[in-house]
Write a protein that binds this ligand. Structure first.
Ligand code: PSU
Ligand code: MN
Length: 283
């Protein structure tokens, strides 16, 4: 099985591209011989897998909470609807016995964290919960050097898939070398088995760059990010609202190009996740 997060649907992409993305991703996981499970809290119930109708309704839900470790159980206790971030999706996936999870990009250390202390709970979750997270690196809106330093400190393996340099979400490169490199889903499954054999808990991160045809060069993305960050500052955006605000602003500034790349990279990560899940099941 392959777990999928729902924050990307409710807070990461606009309607109707969000539901098209979610459906497409589920279909391609099935094509690879695995089973998708989109994770969300619907009216207080933690769900592992949704029907097509439910997916459609979620994609049109305004005002869903954005849930992480701190408030996942809060939404359940109060009957709320909330989508799960990387951290909350990992918790739910592990509970359900699902070890492989595909997303776009993880949260991390925000720029200016030396004064704001804004560091995503995704990083701590990677350190403690045993799920393989397949992503296109951390979102380029973050301070990537600090993000990967924290992961190293916490003992989270970061593996470049078929590459020696870490991707940065919309771009294939980041200027940061991949600490580890593997080239096949079978090698990733074997690495995970070895970690389990010596009793290492915690997750690992697989960084899978998007295709060269769809990547956006780092300088172009950098300009959009600078502008979006200035707008966020001017609007006084803080806390959980920061990431959704920046993604939406970059979508507008890029004339939709950032969204196109975002959808493609999620699809590519889902395909790889399905292959890893199948390789793990066959090992
Ligand atoms: N990746 C995307 N779009 C998103 C996110 C990731 O392509 O919307 C979400 C994930 O759910 C991630 C969250 O866990 O952003 C991080 O938010 P924060 O920085 O507030 O921790
Ligand atoms: Mn934050």
């Amino acid at each position: 099985m392959v777990a999928l997060e729902s924050t990307i649907i409710t807070h990461g992409m606009p309607w109707p591209q969000n539901v098209e993305m979610a459906r497409g991703v589920e279909a391609l996981i099935r094509d690879e011989g695995a089973e998708p499970a989109t994770i969300v809290v619907l009216d207080g119930v933690l769900r592992i897998g949704l029907s097509d109708d439910e997916l459609m309704r979620l994609a049109q839900t305004a005002g869903a909470m954005k849930l992480s470790r701190a408030d996942l159980a809060f939404a359940m206790a109060t009957g709320r609807t909330g989508s799960t971030t990387v951290a909350a999706t990992m918790i739910a996936a592990a509970l359900a016995g699902i070890r492989t999870f595909a997303t776009g990009g993880i949260g991390g250390v925000h720029r200016g964290a030396e004064t704001s202390l804004d560091i995503s709970a995704d990083l701590d979750e990677l350190a403690r919960t045993q799920v393989i997270v397949i992503c296109a690196g951390a979102k380029a809106i973050l301070d990537l050097h600090k993000t990967f330093e924290v992961l190293e400190t916490k003992g989270v393996p970061v593996v470049g898939f078929g590459v020696d340099e870490l991707p940065s979400f919309w771009s294939r490169g980041s200027g940061i070398p991949a600490p580890l490199r593997l080239d096949t889903p079978e090698e990733i499954a074997a690495f995970q088995s070895a970690r389990e054999a010596i009793g290492l808990d915690g997750g690992m991160l697989i960084a899978n760059p998007l295709s060269p045809e769809l990547e956006i060069d780092r300088e172009t993305v950098g300009d959009w990010i600078e502008k979006a960050l200035r707008d966020a500052e001017a609007a006084g955006v803080r806390g959980k609202a920061v990431t959704p605000f920046l993604l939406q602003r970059i979508f507008e500034l890029s004339g939709g190009r950032s969204l196109e790349a975002n959808i493609e990279l999620v699809r590519s990560n889902a395909r790889l996740a399905a292959r890893i899940a199948v390789a793990s099941a066959c090992a």
